[in-house]
Design a protein around this ligand. Structure first.
Ligand code: 13P
Ligand code: SF4
Length: 342
C-alpha cells in the first residue's frame, strides 16, 4: 500500500481492521521485528503478537530474541526492561503514556531516601518500577519469581520490599518472613469488591476464585488459587472446575477462553460500577497505535547507558536465579553491597 494515500494522524488512520493486520505483518517482516504482548492487552493485539506472557516470561523473551526491533505491547516499565536487557535492539512502545500506578508510587528520590533510612536491608524490588528504581535495587522480582527468590535469601538478611504492599504482604504470609513494605498499590487490583465476589460465589457455587497477588488480603484470603498471570492461566487449564471467577485484569480472559473454550470465566467485579478492573494504562495501546509505532519507528525507548548498566545488575540476578542452570544465591549476595550508601 502507498502510505502517501493514507492520511494518518496518531490514533487515527484510514485503515480497516484487516488492513491494519496486513500492514502490521508486512512491517514485522520489513523491520525484522518481534511483537511481545502482556496478557492485559486487548484481544486484537494479543492475536497479533509473536509471544504473550507474564512479566518474567516477557523479560526473558526480550533478553533472548534475535529480532532487530522489539515492539512491546505492554506498559512503559516493561518496554524499559526490554531495553535494559537488549540495549542493541530498537524497542518501540505503542503509547508512551502507558504507565503503571505501582511504578508511579515509587519515585526514585523517595526510594533512595527510604533505602538510606534502612541501609542494612536488601532491596527486593517488584519489576513494576522505573529503571531508576531498579538501579537502586538489589534483586528484581516478578509475581511469578518473588516467592522462590525470597525463600532462597538467608534468614538473617533483613529485606525491604517495594513498591507493591499487597504482593509484599502476601509474600510475608506464605513465607512467614518479615519485610519492610513500601506502600504502593495497583489501581486495578485494589478495586475488587469482596461483597460482589461473595455474591458471585453464591450465584456460581461451581466456580473457583483465582486471584493475582497484587489483590488485597481480603480477596486473596478467599481465593482458591493465587498466582501470576501465567500461573492463573495454567491453573484454569489443569484444574477440572467448569468455571472461574478471575480477580485480575480481564484481558487475560481472552487466552483462558481460547485454551478452555468449554469453561466459564467471570471477571471479578470492582467496587464501583465503572470498568475500573481494566488497566487504563495497558488499554492505551490499540491495534492502530501498534501499526503507527511500527510504521514511524516511534515512540522508541532510549536510556542513558550508565543507568542501564546499573538497572541491569538486579534484573540479571532475577533471571539467573530463575534460570535452569541453578545459580547459587550466595555467589550473588557477594556482589550486593550492604549497607546501602546511595
Ligand atoms: P505478571 O504479568 O507478572 O503476572 O504481573 C501482572 C501485572 O500487573 C503486570 O503489570
Ligand atoms: Fe500497573 Fe496494575 Fe496496570 Fe499492572 S495492572 S500495569 S500493576 S496499574
Amino acid at each position: 500500500m502507498d502510505q502517501s494515500e493514507t492520511i494518518a494522524t496518531p490514533g487515527e488512520t484510514n485503515l480497516l481492521p484487516e488492513e491494519l493486520n496486513e500492514e502490521i505483518f508486512r512491517l514485522k517482516k520489513e523491520l525484522n521485528a518481534v511483537i511481545l504482548a502482556h496478557y492485559y492487552q486487548e484481544s486484537e493485539i494479543q492475536d497479533l503478537a509473536d509471544f504473550i506472557g507474564d512479566s518474567l516470561e516477557l523479560s526473558r523473551k526480550a533478553s533472548q530474541t534475535d529480532a532487530d526491533v522489539i515492539v512491546f505491547a505492554g506498559v512503559h516499565f516493561m518496554a524499559e526492561t526490554a531495553k535494559i536487557l537488549s540495549p542493541d535492539k530498537t524497542v518501540l512502545l505503542p503509547d508512551l503514556e502507558a504507565g503503571c500506578s505501582l511504578a508511579d508510587s515509587a519515585p526514585a528520590d523517595l526510594f533512595r531516601h527510604y533505602r538510606l533510612q534502612h541501609p542494612d536491608h536488601l532491596s527486593l524490588t517488584y519489576i513494576n518500577c522505573t529503571a531508576e528504581v531498579k538501579a537502586l535495587s538489589d534483586i528484581i522480582v516478578t509475581s511469578s519469581s518473588a516467592e522462590r527468590i525470597l525463600r532462597e535469601l538467608p534468614e538473617d538478611i533483613p529485606v525491604l520490599f517495594a513498591p507493591d504492599r499487597n504482593l509484599g504482604q502476601y509474600l510475608q504470609r506464605v513465607t512467614g518472613r518479615d519485610m519492610l513494605l513500601w506502600q504502593g498499590t495497583c489501581l486495578v487490583h485494589e478495586q475488587f469488591s469482596e461483597r460482589k465476589i461473595f455474591a458471585l460465589r453464591n450465584e456460581h457455587p461451581e466456580a473457583k476464585l483465582i486471584a493475582h497477588p497484587e489483590c488485597e488480603e481480603v480477596i486473596l484470603d478467599q481465593a482458591d488459587f493465587v498466582g501470576s498471570t501465567s500461573a492463573l492461566l495454567k491453573f484454569t487449564q489443569t484444574d477440572p472446575s467448569p468455571a472461574f471467577i478471575v480477580a485480575t485484569e480481564p484481558g487475560i480472559i481472552h487466552q483462558m477462553e481460547k485454551a478452555s473454550p468449554n469453561k466459564l470465566f467471570i471477571p471479578a467485579p470492582p467496587d464501583s460500577s465503572c470498568a475500573c478492573n481494566e488497566c487504563p494504562y495497558m488499554k492505551l495501546n490499540t491495534r492502530e497505535k501498534l501499526y503507527l509505532c511500527m510504521r514511524d519507528r516511534k515512540p522508541e525507548i532510549t536510556m542513558d547507558e550508565s543507568l542501564r548498566r546499573r538497572a541491569l545488575a538486579p534484573l540479571q540476578r532475577m533471571l539467573d536465579l530463575t534460570s535452569d542452570s541453578s545459580t547459587n544465591i550466595h555467589s550473588l549476595l557477594e556482589e550486593i553491597r550492604l549497607p546501602f550508601t546511595g
